[in-house]
Design a protein around this ligand. Sequence first.
Ligand code: HAM
Length: 426
Amino acid sequence: MNIKAPRGTQDLLPETTERWQHVEEKFIELCRRFNYQEIRTPIFEHTELFQRGVGDSTDIVQKEMYTFTDRGDRSITLRPEGTASVVRAFVEHKLYGIPKQPTKLYYSGPMFRYERPQQGRMRQFVQFGVEALGSEDPAIDAEVISLAMSLYQELGLKSLKLVINSLGDSSSRESHRAALVNHFQPYKEELCNDCQLRLQQNPLRILDCKKDRNHPAMETAPSILDHLNEQSATYFSNVQNHLDRMGIDYVVDKNLVRGLDYYNHTAFEIMSDAEGFGSITTLSGGGRYNGLVEDLGGPQTPGIGFALSVERLLMAIEAEGVQLPIESNVDCYFVSLGQRASDEAVRLTYELRKAGVQVDKDYQDKKFKAQFKAADRLNSKYVVVLGEDELANNIVNIKEMETGEQVEVAINELVPYLQKKLQGEK
Ligand code: HAM
């Protein structure tokens, strides 16, 4: 039997997980600086959450969900995104009632979408995301965007393009919707089957269609920006003013609509324009969703957030040739010779580890030379040698690999000696 990982999933092997941990740590550290706190929600939810939250007419709900009936006859779905779950938890635990407002949350974890896999598009992928609930201040829109941009920039990415748009409030969208229906109706027969349906259900999504992208009617489609009422237009220009003040470059794209139904006002995506990044250029996306909390049974509460996938983030890092500061070495390797020395090495490695020193030793009965080779392979900074002679004299021999310098140290001085040496390096 030759069982492989399912299509659209991947194993992350140790050399890769170091990179994942690095970007994860950066994200968490950044969220701490922006004062966002972590929330963890289940990986599966009641299907209805996504039907109502993400929207019945979206591709995600119609075509991409991993949905199954559990043994209790409930319809369950592996989460395709994080926002609906965060909002569900916000409502369920009445987080709107706690004094600390707005509620600023971050999350990271696997999401599942049954999409056609290709580079940067997986069936299981990991999202980092943030959601800020309880504020309708354009400054918090700018804050969320700046957090996303900071993550990419602080990791060393340069070829970034921030694209923003406004989807307006509900009255602006109603007026735009009517204009879109009027505009596309004469071309209905020329549009793809999905878009023919979208024309009634959600005409905005026609603008995001991959199949009809080159239809001439797309070019001339009415822009949401021409349908923003005064309040929505002011809101959008305030978001832009904040971005300008922060020195964050962006372009306004009137055709940016996003693939989920809950958005209004600010929508944004960050793209990579690095050469060799591949055909899917979107690194992350987000926006404002002022109706979602209410739709999911909570009090009217505005919200904004974004999410990115780690897979695409790491692809961009690779495409731009950014070297992450990942050290692949160990502090110390223990080489021993003879049974008694080897037994003592077991105790001493444990003492070193308890004292915070990273140390490894041989567990395959390797010869002296082969143990040194193993130390080399691990790129060990120090090698501690303990043979019968050393043991008899209660000493170890410590070799600093970079300089070749060797010293003899009393066994009971080994821990403080290495601690001091390693601390001196930092
Ligand atoms: P989304 O645009 O569907 O938005 O996904 C956000 C990001 O997740 C994308 O920009 C992309 O980096 C990544 N992504 C999506 N699908 C895949 C896939 N199949 N393989 C790899 N990466 C993928 C959301 O999910 C919203 N919840 C974002 C949000 C948060 N809006 C407000 N708050």
